[in-house]
Design a protein around this ligand. Structure first.
Ligand code: HSE
Length: 440
């Protein structure tokens, strides 16, 4: 911990909130309702002095004085009169500029903004470091689940090798519905929208962008480096078919959208792969049991072994829990006039392109059922150095299907094999291709 040479403070800490949506409302409500208890935990009271919103006249389900609301967030963060700024606006701008200004003007910042940190994290952490202030973001990854602090602090003495996360509740809910009710993607998405899990424009969730931003942050924390959203290979779940989900079930697996961050040893030194894509996960893996809109992050490290962090990954109250945990933590630092550990980004690691990532494939190949077909198919796998782990034939005569699971191989060899199969006369089509993760 870095200490700065100032006496401890004995007056209330002045807290401002930027944004008053679902999470902001819950944070304001709890800051007010639990003021006495929070004061005991911090050592001094936390005084909510302002809430910056776009429309001050809007009716809100929040019992705070109307004069707390302002529509001038810029003036608020530049006032130099704040100890802690909580940013729950979301989006890149103006959130980024407001956080920079808040830090420059002496406030510590708590944010839930994964998109911003996955875009400008390195710069924002440098601003915080220079200002000798905290920039905390537990709520940015998987809502209420404590994962930032465990990776940054609890595991700081260990070597993390892999992080596998179900970090998007909307897609986990959709895939779970497809798995348990046999629904199509469109049916499950419509249901998720009806229940309020999925937004009217579900792009950020179903195309994997939300999970990819979290993957960038997780990889940075786990491997002491800086990654941005552009460093993460991203595939969403729109192309996951009911047939693929059924096929997963038949082989004792479930389909999950995974955020995967791995450290890989290459001849040139350690390299990091960060990717988001749907994958079949065997039922024996703890992540397979993560149902509905829940999130979980599975961490593998050298000394600790396997750890799993599980819980609600979104929603007002769960996200407010993570925000308020950070608020108490940075407030304690303000009371002691210190600031906590910053980001460690010393590791000079290469990024592994998706083609070089190692994974297994599950394929469903529609073929003619006649002599020599299997030999031709096997030859195509051999051509690209891909080893077949299991092969099952379903149907016969004109409708034979081969369900093939490979051993681990580089993604580009697997993709080339699929392309090769599609070009064979004996192959009528490759109806499903999905990666398999979390196996032995
Ligand atoms: N939309 C996200 C989810 C929560 O469905 O999990 C915020 O990142």
């Amino acid at each position: 911990m870095n200490s700065v040479d100032r006496p401890p403070r004995d007056h209330p800490l002045r807290v401002a909130l930027l944004g008053c949506g679902v999470v902001g409302t819950e944070v304001a409500r709890r800051l007010t309702r639990d003021a006495d208890e929070l004061a005991r935990r911090v050592g001094v009271p936390l005084e909510l002095v302002a809430i910056a919103v776009r429309d001050v006249a809007r009716e809100r389900d929040l019992d705070v004085p109307a004069e707390l609301f302002t529509d001038d967030a810029e003036a608020l963060v530049r006032s130099g009169d704040l100890d802690i700024v909580i940013e729950v606006l979301g989006g890149i701008e103006p959130a980024g500029d407001l956080i920079r200004a808040a830090l420059d003007h002496g406030a510590s910042v708590v944010t839930a903004n994964k998109a911003l940190l996955a875009d400008q994290g390195a710069d924002l952490f440098a601003v915080a470091e220079k200002a000798e202030r905290d920039l905390s973001f537990e709520a940015a990854i998987a809502g209420a689940i404590p994962i930032v602090r465990p990776l940054r602090e609890s595991l700081a003495g260990d070597r993390v090798s892999r992080v596998l996360g179900i970090v998007n509740g909307t897609t986990n809910y959709i895939l779970d519905q497809m798995s348990t009710l046999g629904q199509s993607f469109d049916e499950a998405l419509a249901e998720a929208q009806r229940l309020g899990y999925a937004e009217a424009d579900p792009t950020a969730d179903v195309d994997g962008h939300d999970a990819a931003a979290k993957a960038a942050l997780l990889a940075g924390l786990a491997f002491h480096t800086n990654l941005t959203l552009d460093d993460v290979h991203c595939e969403g779940i729109r192309s996951v078919t009911a047939e693929a989900v059924r096929s997963a079930s038949e082989m004792g697996s479930v389909v999950k959208l995974l955020a995967i961050c791995e450290q890989i040893e290459t001849p040139d030194g350690p390299a990091v792969s960060a990717r988001v894509h749907p994958a079949m996960v065997p039922l024996s893996h703890p992540l397979a049991s993560v149902r509905g809109a829940f999130n979980a992050v599975f961490v593998e490290s050298e000394a600790a072994g396997q750890l799993m962090f599980y819980g609600p990954g979104a929603g007002g109250a769960p996200t407010a829990s993570a925000v308020l945990g950070d608020v108490v933590s940075v407030a304690r630092n303000r009371v002691s006039d210190v600031f906590g550990p910053g980001e460690t980004s010393h590791a000079d690691v290469e990024l592994v392109p998706i083609g070089r990532a190692r994974t297994q494939y599950h394929l469903v190949v529609d073929v003619d059922d006649r002599a020599g077909v299997l030999a031709t198919i096997a030859q195509e796998f051999a051509r690209f150095g891909v080893s077949i782990r299991t092969l099952r034939q379903e149907g016969h005569d004109s409708d034979a299907q081969l369900v093939i699971v490979t051993h681990e191989a580089e993604d580009e060899s697997l993709a080339a094999t699929v392309e090769g199969l599609r070009g064979l006369d004996v192959v009528r089509g490759v109806s499903s291709v999905m990666r398999v993760e979390g196996g032995q």
